[in-house]
Design a protein around this ligand. Structure first.
Ligand code: ADP
Ligand code: MG
Length: 238
């Protein structure tokens, strides 16, 4: 499992500074949510955690090591995107197997891992199908299995539920939360949906325009919002 530290992390794209100065610690095993309106820098922060973007300044530490000095393979991060991003020409089995392709995992063991990951998210019956033959919810489960197959130290979820219909979104919230409880993997959820953040995460990082407005438990944010922005964005308890 992994502990994450942002120390004065900044990120700019050309002349535009999207994250000016971010300080944040995410504890080992925690379920944290980055919550804020569209464009506030949530995905950018997540992509830095994934090693997809490098910080422009400051230090981003992964278990005490600078993220850019740890090989992606050793960092072992699982990531799920809003769009699922499954490979359309591959079976569900091969999609879930894909992250193991560079590992020297014997084929039998790799297939056993695929089976275990598929069992976890209940897609075992779908292993021979193609993504186009699955519903949105099933595709998102496959994306989760693919993110979990390497037994990641860090699970990153970027708006994983926003393409699902309302009832599915509700059940997937509970499923992802119980997956976290079973596996204990450090999980960072990016969402613009305050209900999603408050029902799933232990701690919420509320962001506005590239800056952290408040960090706290769902109750902290509901009962003791630090600003009108947080109060307005979080609303009242469900
Ligand atoms: P969120 O996920 O909170 O909606 P993002 O992190 O995607 O926000 O984007 C934050 C800001 O950074 C936006 O203004 C966006 O246009 C800008 N941005 C994100 N990625 C890039 C990029 N690769 N190049 C230029 N600007 C980007
Ligand atoms: Mg985003």
């Amino acid at each position: 499992m992994a502990k994450i530290e942002f120390r004065h992390v900044s990120k700019r794209f050309g002349a535009v500074e999207v994250i000016p100065d971010m300080d944040l610690v995410i504890e080992d095993g925690e379920f944290a949510a980055l919550l804020g309106p569209s464009g506030c820098g949530k995905s950018t922060s997540l992509f830095m955690l994934a090693g997809i973007y490098l910080p422009s300044g400051g230090e981003l530490l992964f278990d005490g090591h600078l993220v850019n000095e740890v090989e992606a393979r050793d960092r072992n991060v699982g990531i799920v995107f809003q769009s699922y991003a499954l490979y359309p020409h591959m079976s569900v089995r091969d999609n879930i197997l894909f992250p193991l392709r560079f590992k020297k995992t014997p084929r039998d063991e790799a297939l056993a891992r695929v089976k275990a990951a598929a069992d976890l998210v209940r897609v075992t019956e779908l292993l021979d199908r193609r993504p186009s033959e699955l519903s949105g919810g099933q595709q998102q489960r496959v994306a989760l299995a693919r993110a979990l197959v390497k037994k990641p130290q860090l699970l990153l979820l970027d708006e994983p539920l926003s393409n699902l219909d309302a009832s599915l979104r509700l059940s997937m919230r509970t499923e992802i939360k119980s997956l976290h409880e079973q596996l204990g993997v450090t999980t960072v959820l990016v969402t613009h949906d305050q209900i999603e953040a408050t029902t799933m995460a232990d701690r919420i990082i509320c962001m506005r325009a590239g800056r952290i407005e408040q960090v706290g438990t769902p109750d902290d944010l509901y009962l003791r919002p630090s600003s009108l922005f947080v109060a307005g964005f979080i609303g009242s308890p469900p």
